[in-house]
Design a protein around this ligand. Sequence first.
Ligand code: AMP
Ligand code: GLY
Length: 425
Amino acid sequence: MKVLIIGGGGREHAIAVSMKKSRRVDTLYCVPGNAGIAQVAQCEPSIGVMEFDKIVAYAREKKVDLVFVAPDDPLAGGLTDVLEAEGFRVFGPKKNAAILEGSKAFSKDLMKKYKIPTAAYEVFHDPESALCWLETAAMPVVLKADGLALGKGVLICNTLEEAKAGVKEIMQDKHFGEAGNVLVAEEFLTGREVSVLAFVDGKTVKPMTSAQDHKRAGDGDKGPNTGGMGCFSPSPFYTEEIDTYCREHIYQPTVDAMAAEGREFKGVIFFGLMLTSDGPKVLEYNARFGDPETQVVLCRMKNDIMDVVDACIDGTLDRIDLQFEDSAAVCVVLASEGYPVSYQKGYEITGLNRFEGREDYYCFHAGSKLDSQGRVVTNGGRVLGITAKGSTLKEARAKAYEATEWVNFDHKYMRHDIGKAIEEV
Ligand code: AMP
Ligand code: GLY
């Protein structure tokens, strides 16, 4: 079959590599793709993920059998609905289900209504009522822009002054644009964070292996929040007991709640969890695969990804025996110095051929492109996701860091403590 992937980051590269392994995929296309994805798929860099008409025309021209929509913006914007209306088979939730990620106020209200454990919260539609409520609120408090904000619309405020400034930043100065029209103020939770991605077919949910992301730019979790600087899987803190609890109290209830609301969810739900002393609580939902979680999760999946994708679309996920290797993986992001604030692009990347033919090592491209001379150059803040598998997390971590030395580009930057927490276990 012919498959078109929508997106162009490390997550989409990892998805493309998994699909390339499928016995059922003949040709892969990707819009817009990147220089790494171009090694396994035919890319169309001139089309953006929000250019729905062009995507439909491209899918028609290539006569694709299935479109896999990976990023949040087109999902929240209804690309799945548009493609389905044109007769395409699509993986990814419809607009009325992607709201699970697209509106934090929606997801918090859903969790409250269906008693899914999460932090206590309030929703505000104007800055005055938010400021008034804050006067008597416990600190720290977490302020979140309601809409999509590239994972950056969350402010942890330690004092009333910081919180007031946060309300101004989100609701008045519109730092995160329209995403800040509505504000969610949340109780501050403490504990270990873990990400669990799960396949969903509208009624059945099959969680994948766990992962943990490192969101801050600097070592020791210092510096600004980013899209993710590295990841490891599985999380040793996500025990079988916690998994059993989450399946019963979080995963299945979420899928059932969406169905009960007439918003049947098909695709992947990303459960961002905090393992608190009161048990696991949902920090956030995403309506898609995570980045860079996908890079460390899919490379350990034993199933043919297309079998699972089909089962999600057809509502037959209960027949899939989802299996992961008893291995571990670590992904270290190589970024451009200055990310996420300001950085340069266009530097040549060398050493990529060192990954060729090396089993258990992956160089997923996040921000790269081919320049006019055919060289691979940096094209984003996050450039590469150097990923390795090992029999233990420790081994995977050593291999991933070893491989970060194989590639070079000017102003290469990385964290040195990805997965370090695992050494405490
Ligand atoms: P989110 O985009 O909602 O996942 O938030 C981004 C990050 O902010 C999370 O990964 C957590 O580290 C942190 N965070 C979000 N909500 C809370 C909360 N209620 N308590 C403590 N930290 C939080
Ligand atoms: N790694 C977090 C996300 O994909 O939103």
